[in-house]
Design a protein around this ligand. Structure first.
Ligand code: OAD
Length: 230
């Protein structure tokens, strides 16, 4: 039975109104990565980091999945084989569209994590530096987001899925952040048909057997239709 592994990035949520990182006017043009997306930045100024993720959480809870998220959930429901969704996004929109078992490799805005005892719990809409961990009572609570310099989640499972994939699709990601940027090459070497679906060629577009360029809300439903009719 065919196994399909999908990697998504910020581009799949762009048409749900959530900004990407590296497009013109994107999040990294407005904020310094070192300040808001590193453990050192959090140590220096936890309020600034909480403000950044509180704002993103507020946007994410208002956002609705778009036809691309919905098509992937449909592929999972209707494909005969296994469909694994790995996402670099932290917005929860795959789950909102009905996807299951999503591997949130960069964490999730809806999660809080205690930096002292590793306890996890649902994040309140607004987190603050003096919030206490419900388990150990330390005031070291942080968003359950993977920052630069930290190890993404589920990596052992993800490499395994990539090695078993018959088809690998990368959707809405610029291919600039590792390890996710290496997934296409890894799956291809292990024998998968690899396809990129992105607004424009990513930096590692050449690693893919096939590339289609355009908005995710158009490309993804079409690709899913084709996969289901193969
Ligand atoms: P980027 O902002 O780097 O790339 C988004 C990609 O989506 C670009 O290649 C765009 O061309 C494409 N895109 C934009 N709109 C699109 C649309 N409507 N349909 C299809 N594609 C579209 O975002 P990511 O690749 O997800 O990590 O970034 C990877 C990681 O870098 C993020 O998870 C985040 C960031 O720093 C952390 O914060 C740890």
């Amino acid at each position: 039975m065919e196994k399909i592994v999908i990697l998504t990035g910020a581009g799949i949520s762009a048409e749900s109104g959530l900004g990407t990182f590296r497009d013109e006017g994107g999040l990294w043009a407005q904020h310094r990565i070192d300040d808001v997306a590193t453990p050192e930045g959090f140590t220096r100024n936890p309020q600034l980091v909480h403000d950044f993720y509180n704002a993103r959480r507020a946007q994410a809870v208002e956002a609705q999945p778009n036809p691309a998220h919905e098509a992937l959930a449909r592929l999972q429901r209707e494909a005969k084989g296994e469909v694994v969704i790995v996402t670099q996004n932290v917005d929860g929109l795959h789950e909102a569209a009905g996807a299951s078992g999503v591997l949130n490799m960069h964490g999730a805005l809806e999660g809080a994590l205690c930096a002292t005892c590793d306890h996890r719990w649902p994040a309140p809409l607004a987190m603050a530096p003096d919030d206490q961990c419900p388990s150990c009572r330390s005031s070291t609570t942080r968003p359950d987001i993977v920052w630069f310099g930290e190890m993404p989640y589920f990596m052992d499972d993800i490499w395994q899925h990539l090695e078993e994939a018959d088809v690998f699709a990368a959707i809405g990601t610029s291919g600039q952040v590792y390890p996710a940027a290496a997934f296409g090459q890894h799956a291809g070497r292990a024998g998968a048909h690899t396809i990129e679906l992105n607004l424009e060629p990513s930096v590692n577009s050449r690693d893919f057997t096939e590339a289609r360029h355009g908005p995710a809300s158009e490309l993804v439903p079409l690709w899913v239709e084709q996969e289901l009719s193969r």
